[in-house]
Design a binder for this molecule. Structure first.
Ligand code: ADP
Ligand code: MG
Length: 308
């Protein structure tokens, strides 16, 4: 029987990660030598489609890591790149890959420090390790939510899953396909997160499931109102259950004291980023997303199955 991603981390790797900086492997990133450190890999056929433009694959690999840093209130500083290139993929694409990577390294002011390059009979795999510098004295974790706090999310939720669905159907809806191909890490919001957020994480596996991770790590309940979950124009008529289960949003989900409301809203205006207050933290456990009549939206999210 295959193993569950999160159970495997908790059972087999967390016991090995005893340093306080590892945060028990329940956070998006670790602390080491004054830096915030994170690593994420993307795999062809799992995190991107074989035909996705190769320059966007390079950018996505970097950006998903910058998203974790932003959610920890850290600004990106440096990265390592591991490129595992398929024997069957044209080598001419590597220059395009490097061009895309270079554009984003410049855009986000990230220094490429090194990496590793190898071939494989398997799918294209790109792994990035990113180092960030904390913007404030605190690095918010997933474990810092307390009853009475507000729940906030940046941007809009569900566009990436709509984009993936559109691409798979061969429909070119650039409003959402761009959100799938090229997530926008909320780097410009890191300072606000460092200043105001209690708990914080980026939404990569679906708002519903990721809210559950804050609830579990903090030992609290998250109550989110479905009507308040921010949608783009493209998601206006979509099923809320799809939007909150899809993943790949790379928005920041965070909690904060009600006294911080005006400060958060002003900072978001200054950063040109929408933020929405979508619920409250309560005593209890688990995350619920409640419809207008109080019925919970059925929740799902992405988790990898390991092996057989
Ligand atoms: P995120 O989606 O924010 O990148 P993940 O869900 O991938 O976070 O990982 C959760 C936690 O588990 C993180 O602390 C991560 O460093 C840790 N982790 C995941 N896989 C491994 C592994 N193979 N070895 C050690 N730690 C791991
Ligand atoms: Mg994360």
């Amino acid at each position: 029987m295959s193993a569950d991603e999160f159970e495997t981390i908790a059972k087999l790797f967390a016991p090995l990660a005893r340093d306080a900086g590892a945060r028990g492997l329940i956070d998006d990133a670790a602390l080491f030598a004054g830096h915030v450190v994170t690593t994420d890999a993307i795999v062809e056929g799992v995190h991107f489609r074989p035909d996705d433009p190769i320059d966007t694959v390079a950018k996505k690999a970097l950006r998903v890591n910058l998203s974790d840093l932003a959610a920890k209130g850290a600004r990106p500083a440096a990265a390592l790149l591991t490129l595992i290139w398929p024997d069957a993929r044209p080598s001419a694409q590597i220059a395009e890959f490097a061009r895309g990577l270079g554009e984003d390294l410049a855009r986000y002011e990230v220094a490429l420090l090194g990496g590793d390059t190898t071939s494989t009979p398997g799918p294209l795999t790109v792994s990035v390790t990113a180092f960030g510098v904390p913007c404030g004295a605190r690095t918010p974790s997933r474990a810092d939510a307390r009853p009475g706090q507000d729940i906030w999310v940046t941007g809009t939720i569900g566009d990436a899953v709509l984009g993936l669905t559109a691409l798979n159907k061969g429909v070119a809806d650039v409003r959402v396909t761009e959100r799938y191909l090229l997530p926008e890490p909320r780097v410009g919001f890191a300072e606000t997160i460092a200043r105001f957020a209690a708990a914080s994480m980026d939404v990569s596996d679906g708002l519903a499931q990721d809210a559950g991770k804050i609830a579990a790590a903090s030992g609290v309940a998250l109550r989110i109102e479905a009507d308040r979950v921010p949608r783009s124009e493209a998601g206006r008529d979509a099923d809320i259950a799809v939007l909150v289960s899809g993943g790949d949003d790379y928005e920041i989900l965070f909690t904060a004291e009600p006294a911080s409301r005006a400060g958060i809203e002003a900072a978001a205006r200054g950063a040109g980023l929408a933020v929405s207050r979508i619920g409250v933290v309560e005593a209890g456990e688990g995350a619920r997303i409640l419809g207008p009549d109080g019925t919970p939206v059925p929740l799902a999210g992405y988790r990898h199955r390991l092996g057989r």
